[in-house]
Design a protein around this ligand. Sequence first.
Ligand code: KIV
Length: 256
Amino acid sequence: MNKIKILINKKNKSKIICLTAYSKNIALILDNHCDMVLVGDSLGSVLYNYKSTRSVTLATIIEHAKSVKMGVKKSLMIVDMPYNTYSNNFEALKNAKKIISKTKCDAVKLEGADKVVNIINHLVKNNIQVQGHLGVLPQSAKNFRFKGKKLSERNKILNDAKLLEKAGVFSIVLECVESSLAKTITKELKIPTIGIGASINCDGQVLVTDDLIGLNQINVRFVKKYTNITKQINSAIINFKNDVKNKKFPKKKHSY
Ligand code: KIV
């Protein structure tokens, strides 16, 4: 069975684990634990301090994805298509093919619905595996408030999810979607939903790894920090610094 079928089969059986990676060493760790590893365009804000993911280029995401691929053997590897790289069928297919051929990833992720639905369908018809992304859409969002308060918004997101499923996506990320709406979408779709700030009602969860390990200094409601890696790195560096100052490093065993 291929990786996509294995993933879809997990729906209603076992929660799906997804985390972001931007480089090889983190990817190597994640690959032992994740169903999916996402090279997200969140790298724009996390690594490059961009105000928006819109500034992430195709070349940048490809370079990071090439590094991630060195660490991913088992998990399904997904790469975000950056803003402005899928504005029509032709551009989307050309750029999706470029991402896949250069990085050897399994799938790409596109944000939104409306005209993106037809573009996704075009990719799927050309044998590109696509993950959808609904709710808060960082590439176009005016604000990052959760989605699904108003009835009209709820109906649109549910309808968009169904349209994306029909267009052929194998899964949909729901970002900052109100809990009961996430539950309805998850129940009504045959494909898995992956939540980020979208409650326990999704088939799986994704977080930005740098957020959950406390490397990225972010404080938002939907992130749980599982460790404070910054503190651990700090203490290692202080120990190194002290050893060097006090001539305790390098010892004979570290020298030639
Ligand atoms: O860019 C990203 O990392 C993402 C996840 C947060 C879902 O899209």
